[in-house]
Design a protein around this ligand. Structure first.
Ligand SMILES: [Zn+2]
Length: 339
């Protein structure tokens, strides 16, 4: 009996461990933990040349707010005798290898890795860019565990201005995926533009702030709720679409808000709330009687104070009272609703 009891308590402990691991799924992708230390920003982020650490954080942090940086630029901690970075890059969460770009000449991200994760039911993709190398033996589709070494920090990129030794950093992103038919959309809409990276083209990924996610997880511990973090993004704009079936609804059903009227009368479209970076973080089904126009896509409202704060994605243009979707906003909606 004693033996059985022991085994049972070991099982319970194991189960609790598994639940805890799920509740705090994200790990920092290098040994640099200064993000969690008060005043540690200078030691965690690498800014752009001549700018403060803020330009290495996520958001509208470049070109006076008019350029979005979609990830975190994380400072290296270790160098070899030539001054080149040697920090191991670690998988941020359990997942599988979705994409490897081993040719630095093909991307401004240089050598990079994309991992696919399913965290609390949410399909999310982590990106590790500017690597020096991919870990030996790492291959597409391979399962990886949180904290597992997947590469080495570097400064690869195909840009004319190279990343200096001093600024060697990991560019780290957490993304949601817009459309699995991206290749067809790209071929049809972006004629003449090459797509070297399949689904993992930057146009098909919408980035969340990894710092916000990591700090919220730290604060909430085992009560961390990724869906809640996504759903509580500040609203930039509301758009009505006269479409009832598109990939985002199937991939992220957690973001759908119930609406009794649409349930009763039938769904004729969706009202979608976007954050500043184009993340469709709340979707409400609407009945035909609730749709304000016959247009396929209609901009309903703009949160002007949010736009003033974070305009960098350039989703809208115009002026107060006369806003319209800008080209990048139209393109985002077109891809979201494709085909
Ligand atoms: Zn970066």
């Amino acid at each position: 009996m004693v033996g059985r009891k022991l085994r049972f308590s070991a099982w319970v402990a194991g189960l609790c461990g598994a639940i805890a691991a799920q509740a705090q799924p994200f790990h920092l992708p290098t040994a640099n933990q200064a993000l969690f230390e008060p005043g540690g920003e200078e030691r965690f982020f690498v800014g752009t040349p001549g700018k403060s650490w803020v330009s290495g954080a996520f958001g509208c942090v470049r070109s006076d707010g008019w350029q979005v940086h979609e990830g975190l630029d994380i400072r290296c901690l270790q160098r070899d005798k030539h001054g080149e970075p040697t920090d191991p890059i670690l998988a941020t969460a359990d997942g599988t290898v979705a994409y490897l770009n081993r040719k630095p000449s093909l991307s401004n991200y240089g050598i990079y890795i994309v991992l696919q994760h399913r965290i609390q039911g949410v399909e999310i993709y982590s990106v590790y860019a500017h690597l020096r190398r991919v870990a030996e033996g790492l291959s597409l589709g391979q399962p990886v565990q949180a904290g597992q070494e997947i590469g080495t920090l570097g400064r690869t990129a195909n840009t004319a201005t190279r990343i200096s030794k001093e600024r060697a950093h990991l560019h780290f992103e957490l993304n949601l995926l817009i459309n699995e038919d991206f290749a067809a959309w790209h071929k049809q809409r972006m004629t003449g533009e090459r797509n070297d990276h399949g689904l993992w083209n930057g146009r098909n990924l919408v980035a969340l702030d990894p710092r916000q996610i990591l700090l919220t997880q730290k604060l909430h511990g085992d009560h961390f709720d990724l869906v809640h973090v996504i759903r509580s993004q500040p609203e930039l704009m509301r758009v009505m679409v006269r479409e009832t079936d598109f990939p985002w609804l199937r991939r992220y059903p957690q973001l759908i808000q119930p609406n009794p009227t649409a349930r009763r009368e039938g769904v004729a479209g969706y009202e979608i709330v976007f954050n500043f970076n184009g993340v469709p973080f709340q979707l409400t089904p609407r009945a035909a009687s609730e749709l304000p126009s016959h247009a396929r896509v209609k901009l309903l409202s703009v949160n002007e104070s949010e736009y003033k704060l974070r305009p960098g994605r350039r989703l809208i243009s115009g002026s107060p009272g006369a806003w319209r979707l800008a080209r990048s906003g139209e393109e985002l909606l077109d891809l979201l609703l494709y085909p």
